[in-house]
Design a protein. Structure first.
Length: 272
């Protein structure tokens, strides 16, 4: 449950961008034409929710649901700035009301219920709106008997500014996924960089199939927090997709350009 106090990561402006992994200066258009992946080293850059939908779902197939849900500030919480003001600033910055988008779409012609969290909005943290949207998506998937796909881009975990109301979302969405599972539903969870805290501790790691993008940071508490709490030195790269694949936490690592085909294949395999 990391605080969202660091500077926001977004896609910087300009024709050129620097890859944080290989340090190469790359032409932005070229990275964009490769699904926002570094052409030199395959580093997977941040992708906004809208672009993710365009990359993964069939063109013009997405129907967004529950667009009227907006966050409130029942605790009148204040850290460096009042939560109500922070929400307004984040909404202005991202054009989103909160960090999740859900709805129905098609993946290579297969109908699916789809949800995605966006790191740009308060680090993709799960407050009441994110929890409610994902829960309703799981309930609709149950009712319509359709596969459920969630893409996590949530470095923020639970949203501390909503206190217990945020923590409750972990139980609520988990319960909805449990009912969906008992009804025989197929839930594919796609982990992207970063997936941490209360998001990793709930829906993101409850998939029937767990896919991860290469090099994604995935874990509960970060390295510094673990050191500060229990003085434990952790192995190099222990919270990466690759480490988690070796240890059975992740089923498959999939390059972003292959995700759509891979998800369609899994749906076919499981549904027939
Ligand atoms: Zn690179």
């Amino acid at each position: 449950m990391a605080m969202t106090s660091r500077p926001k990561r977004g896609v910087p402006e300009g024709l050129w961008m620097r890859c944080p992994q290989c340090k190469a200066t790359i032409f932005r258009k070229e990275a964009e034409s490769r699904f926002n992946v570094c052409p030199e080293c395959n580093y997977h850059f941040y992708v906004p929710a809208r672009d993710r939908i365009a990359q993964l779902l069939d063109e013009e197939s997405f129907e967004e649901w529950f667009t009227d849900l907006r966050p409130t500030d029942p605790l009148e919480f204040k850290d460096r700035m009042p939560y109500a003001e922070r929400l307004k600033a984040e909404q202005a910055k991202t054009g989103m009301l909160d960090a999740a988008v859900v709805g129905k779409g098609y993946i290579r012609g297969r109908p699916v219920i789809f949800g995605v969290t966006d790191f740009a909005f308060m680090a993709g943290s799960m407050g009441s709106v994110v929890g409610e949207k994902l829960t309703r998506a799981a309930e609709e998937a149950t009712r319509l008997k359709l596969p459920l796909i969630f893409v996590s881009g949530s470095g923020g975990g639970a949203r501390m500014q909503e206190g217990i109301l945020s923590l409750m979302q972990m139980a609520k969405v988990s319960a909805a996924l449990g009912r969906y599972d008992r009804a025989g539903g197929l839930y594919i969870s796609i982990l992207t960089n970063p997936t941490m805290g209360g998001v990793a501790a709930s829906f993101a790691l409850q998939g029937d199939i767990t896919l991860a993008e290469p090099g994604a940071l995935i874990g509960f508490a970060g390295k510094r927090t673990i050191w500060a709490t229990v003085r434990l030195e952790l192995p190099e790269g222990f919270q990466t997709s690759e480490f988690l694949l070796r240890h059975g936490f992740v089923d498959r690592i999939v390059h972003r350009k292959d995700l759509r085909t891979e998800v369609a294949r899994i749906v076919d395999f499981c549904e027939h």
